[in-house]
Ligand binder design. Sequence first.
Ligand code: ADP
Ligand code: MG
Length: 728
Amino acid sequence: MSSFRKRALDEFSSHRAERFYVEKQPVSQYFGQNVFDIEKMRRYLSSEAFEAVQLAVIDGVKIDRSIANQIASGMKAWALERGATHYTHWFHPLTDATAEKHEAFVDPSKNGGVFENFRGEALVQQEPDASSFPNGGLRNTFEARGYSAWDPSSPAFIIDDTLCIPSVFVAYTGESLDMKTPHLKSLQQLDKAATELAKMFDSKAARVNVMLGIEQEYFLVDEALYRARPDLMLCNRTLIGHTAAKDQQLEDHYFGAIPSRVMCFMKDFETEAFKLGVVLKTRHNEVAPNQFEFAPYHAEANLSVDHNLMMMILMRKIAKRHKLKVIFHEKPFAGINGSGKHCNWSMVTNTGVNLLSPGKTPRNNIQFLSFFVSVIRAVYEHHHLLMSSVASLNNSYRLGGSEAPPAIMSVFCGTTLTEVLDSIENMAITDDSEENRAIKLDIVNKIPEILPDNTDRNRTSPFAFTGNRFEFRAVGSSVNVASSMFILNAAVAQQIMRFKTLADKEMSEGLSKDEAILKVIRLFIIESKNIRFEGNGYSEEWHREAARRGLKGITDIPGAFAAFLDKKTLTLMEETHVLSEREVEARYEVLNEIFVKKLQIEARVIGDLTINHIIPTAIKFQNSLIENVLGLKELFGEDEYKSMSEKQLLSIKKISGYIQMLRDDVYGIINARKEANKIASHPERAVNYSDNVLPYIEKLRITTDKLEMLVDDELWPLPKYRELLFWR
Ligand code: ADP
Ligand code: MG
């Protein structure tokens, strides 16, 4: 067998299940020990400093310099006790990765030694030379300054020996260069809008928080095998590889017993996650072989996003000890399910009311319906943008297959709520007769207290109501979900504001509060009817039906990016103060740039694999066949050979045909790239790459996968799907 693959398989078989991070105490004893949370703040900060942080967290009050010094010094004392030697502003640039630049606490002292130093300025702001982060033209390299600024609403934490300070990242001119800033702004807007509306029902409502529970899917691959696959190493996905004879058709992996090596990894990961204050609640096998999922208990949205990104860092680190690689790519393996990050989303008031939870009383239910229809209306209004927000090269390989949501937005409500919405649509709001009043009351009363477990499930819907929250399922597994969440938040804020304005107007024109609210609920139901769909989202009929309804899906990725430049999007972003037009344009640039770069890398890697791995292997095998033919001819003579071994000649011809095709297509993809690279504008280049480079990747794959089935297994140089995916 090819030594490359053989060595990897040998190494792989020596890997064992083992635990490295074992805690003897119950989780509650060490939970959060690596987080500078409220409890630690109380212990390490003066009451003045503690108050200041709380005010900053709750009301966004600015922290002044002298207090910042006090906070920094308390934080330092805690971090040093926990063995930290460095600190970093931890931020989320537009790449989906997280960024950190570590600074040692130590500074030189006058007498030639060092002392641990951490001043307020260092806590509040850093100035990383950030010219190499994507910025979509918001910064020129000659004014490369970018600032990272502390986000006090997400507590600092320690990973390894580094104190990480969650931060936003903005340009010198104040424009945001990260994912966190627009997300925070959208949460603020939604808070403002939703509180105003909630006050109509509950005079004590003073704040509305978005709660987010992110389910993370991922694959695990053995490290030795991973290293023997240049495509996994450089693109995080297999560009070639024939599907294994068995994959997920027996449905024996989902919720199955977790393999022991994986279990050891999971337990170690969970132990460290608990120390970081993340309540990991659920773990299980996913549908595809070697695919898994974890879900933490939902938390306030900004925190939840930070936690998810922390977990991704932690998983990679811990997997290394287990000689595993975590693959977050949306579609690492062809022919089996890809991975997503389901975003469970709800709104809750400071008084503890989940605004998306139907209640026991009619009053609660009118409140529930107001928020419920506002979300649906928002998803309808910005359906194309929301779906476009999950578009990426990676996710394009997953979406729309019969495994993940279709690339058309729709909302699933379930039978009970569909009936309620339909009956409200059909009722007469302003008819004040005794009889009609009774009907109205009855409709509202009819909403039972729907227990989350009691709601229907529709796995084919990209946006489903699941009893007390909505679940957005199209988001990719490798991304920072803030990139979709800020759009959802802004869109909902916009509709809630509109709801309130319309209700106020009806009241000023003489309707009672309940009637006014019901009238707007009904209006929203009618306006957004087209986005509601209860059927099978994977079906052909739905695609036709959606087109009839005027719902715009995404067909190609650069086309989806263009949704950001729609007038409607710009108005939404400006109205909610989430992004300025310039910031939107910059993001649009970055999306296109990243798309091109990723595709460029894939094109290079598949070219390399084809020329340097696959073709030489195919030739070697072909030579052995030729040698065999010549030998047989020598032995039996030309005539007798002809009658006995026609098939063998056919094989040789076939292989040689495939080799020729591969050569042509590699030549083709190189030329297509060359041509595309001449285009200066990122968006135009992206379109060209999508039209002219992308098709070659699929074409090359088809041919190499056919060769994999023909060539002697001993010679095949890359670990095969069955080796990558099936092991216990
Ligand atoms: P599923 O059955 O859809 O796979 P999981 O149990 O894997 O669900 O994950 C559900 C996620 O939804 C968890 O993170 C959970 O905390 C979260 N969740 C539950 N209720 C709410 C809510 N009201 N708001 C936001 N998230 C919620
Ligand atoms: Mg789940």
